[in-house]
Design a protein around this ligand. Structure first.
Ligand SMILES: [Zn+2]
Length: 95
């Protein structure tokens, strides 16, 4: 994952709405809280094709079937085939 502030720092866009399905290649979309724009409620990263690569959620829980627990902060990881079609998703806790 690219580090912030380096020469290759990703472009970051902020907004109050849902992350767009397509973004600039390797960019980041941060959804901010409606009333408190300093509070980030989710962070979406886009892959080199502009598809959603991962989304970190901080504002809701996600029930993990494998461990039968409610994950607080969690990260959705999306997988695509060569045609750019989504073929899978997994969700992992954020430490
Ligand atoms: Zn979620």
């Amino acid at each position: 994952m690219a580090m912030r502030g380096g020469d290759n720092a990703p472009k970051v866009v902020q907004g109050k709405g849902q992350a767009p399905k397509k973004g600039d290649a390797n960019s980041v979309y941060e959804k901010v809280h409606n009333e408190d724009p300093n509070k980030i409620v989710s962070r979406t990263t886009y892959d080199k094709n502009g598809n959603i690569s991962t989304r970190e959620d901080y504002d809701h829980t996600h029930f993990d079937k494998a461990t039968k627990t409610e994950l607080q902060n969690h990260k959705h990881i999306y997988e695509y085939n060569d045609k750019g079609q989504r073929i899978g998703e997994k969700t992992v806790p954020i430490k």
